[in-house]
Ligand binder design. Sequence first.
Ligand code: GLA
Length: 396
Amino acid sequence: MDKQEQELIQKMEQAFREKLGGDASQARRYFSPGRVNLIGEHTDYNGGHVFPCAISLGTYALVQDRQDMQTRLFSLNLADKGVIEFSMEGLKYEAAKDWANYPMGVISVFEQAGHKCSHGFDIVIGGTLPGGSGLSSSASLEVLTAVILNDAFDFGLDMVEMVKLSQKAENVFVGVNCGIMDQFAVGMGKANSAILLDCNTLEYRYSPIALAGASIVITNTNKPHSLASSAYNVRRAQCEHALNELREVRPELKSLGELTNEEFDKLAGHISEHLERQRARHAVYENQRTLAAVKALEDSDVAQFGRLMNASHVSLRDDYDVTGKELDTLAELAWEQPGVIGSRMTGAGFGGCTVSLVKNEAIEAFKKNVGESYEKAIGYAPSFYVANIADGTHRL
Ligand code: GLA
């Protein structure tokens, strides 16, 4: 545990005593990472491949069992929301409970799946992920909750089952129609490896990330508000509609992820709306690009991986239209910098972060140049994090 982690845990222990009146030395400790996706964006719900990794920024929990069915939660990051309390049974989404709806959602889908909790908990949360930055702080909290429950009640669930239940909590309880990538990366992450996941079958394999003198640099646009979730749902609907039109000529087609670029180009004329044709083209091409990128990386061709990252951003900008001024400015500035192997937006888009591969000796100049030029163009500064690829959610 590094110094920063130790300090955070100390603050959490203090909050445990002061806010919940508990003895923090008896509490169980957990960590759940965030994620950054290296390539394969908006492909998960289109039955394609993604290539994310878990990162060492994430969510910590101190957990103690209670004798009754109440749970009390306190987050150091959202201290103004105070202690949030609820009963473990028959939970429903409640806007007033704010961030607690994520853990409540997981408890609720566990109950519906027959994994009923027989007591509640006192929990203090502390996170190092910048909130709303698209690095999956919600998935991190969901899988964290799943692991806490599985541990406490010996439900015997494996991580993939917990990942699926966590996604379900977000879909049906919180009401965000996300794919499986974030929860999968958070739960199944492995230090120094990215995960190539086929979102159609959930087959996956780990691919070691050896960047030969380069690092993964995450740059946060710090864009304050984004309407990501409504625009996200529109993109999903456009792809589904395009798929339905393709099914009129290819009835056996289950997802856009099954098509090669050439097959798509031949069929594209059957998609009547130009915009939907573009959306579907991104989904198909990005999936093929992801497979090509992983192959390049595994053949030690990091430069080709970087070129495919750049092409991914262009496709997300021009065909999928989910970038926006802030992300485009960051990516375009990054492409001009010496020592940058590749750079693209990561996550849902509209705001949030870019991911760049930068040669180690060029990182300081990268931060300075991109930081200054971005601030000049946008009016406020971005933030930078050099990412370490971490293990998935676990007890400490
Ligand atoms: C969000 C969703 C994921 C995925 C990405 C885009 O992060 O939660 O399921 O769709 O956007 O790749």
